[in-house]
Design a protein around this ligand. Structure first.
Ligand SMILES: [Zn+2]
Length: 183
C-alpha cells in the first residue's frame, strides 16, 4: 500500500514538474516575440498603439481604419418614404433624426418628425381611444375610423415622399415644421 501511494505521488510530482517546465518555455516564447518600445525599450504588445511607460507611438501598431457610414447608401428620398411605413416607420424616423447623415437635411427631418407624430397618434388611438370606444360607444367604432385615416395618411405620405414632395398634413405637418425649426 505504502509503495503504491509512493508510486502515485512520484508520478504526480513528475507530471507537475513537466507542466511547470512547459509554462516556463511558453513564457520565454511570449517574451521573445514581444516587440519593444522604439523610444524606451519597454515591452509592448503588437496591439499597443502607445507605450504604456513613455507614451511613444509604436510604428508597428494596428490602427483600425475608420468605418464607413452605414447610412451612406440611403438617399433622402428613401429615408423620407421609410419614415411613413405603418408599424415600423417610427424606428426609421428615430434613426434619421439621430444620424449625422441627415442632421442638416431639413426635408428628411420634416418627414421624420411628421412620421413620428403619425405614430404617436396611432399609439394614442390604440391605448386611449380604443379602450374608451369599447366601453362608451361599442357600436360606433371611432377608433377603427381613426386607425384607417392614419393608415391612409401614411400611405399618402409615402407616395408624396417618393415624388420628392414634402407635403404638410394638417396638424401633423405644423407640429413637424415647428420641431424642425426648434431642433
Ligand atoms: Zn516607451
Amino acid at each position: 500500500m505504502a509503495i503504491w501511494t509512493g508510486h502515485v505521488t512520484g508520478t504526480l510530482r513528475g507530471m507537475l514538474r513537466g507542466i511547470l517546465r512547459n509554462i516556463a518555455q511558453l513564457r520565454n516564447v511570449l517574451i521573445s516575440s514581444m516587440p519593444f518600445c522604439t523610444q524606451c525599450g519597454n515591452a509592448v504588445t503588437a496591439l499597443d498603439q502607445f507605450c504604456w511607460r513613455c507614451g511613444a507611438r509604436q510604428p508597428g501598431s494596428f490602427v483600425p481604419p475608420p468605418g464607413p457610414d452605414p447610412l451612406a447608401g440611403v438617399t433622402p428620398r428613401t429615408a423620407a418614404v421609410l419614415s411613413y411605413v405603418p408599424g415600423i416607420g417610427w424606428i426609421a424616423c428615430i434613426i434619421w433624426l439621430a444620424s449625422d447623415r441627415f442632421r442638416h437635411d431639413r426635408t428628411v427631418r420634416f418627414h421624420a418628425f411628421q412620421g413620428l407624430y403619425l405614430f404617436v397618434a396611432w399609439l394614442m388611438n390604440s391605448w386611449v381611444v380604443h379602450p374608451l370606444c369599447t366601453v362608451a360607444t361599442p357600436h360606433m367604432e371611432i377608433d377603427k375610423l381613426i386607425h384607417l385615416a392614419l393608415i391612409i395618411a401614411a400611405v399618402f405620405m409615402m407616395i408624396k415622399a417618393a415624388h420628392d414632395q414634402a407635403y404638410s398634413l394638417p396638424l401633423f405637418g405644423e407640429l413637424a415644421a415647428r420641431s424642425v425649426a426648434e431642433s
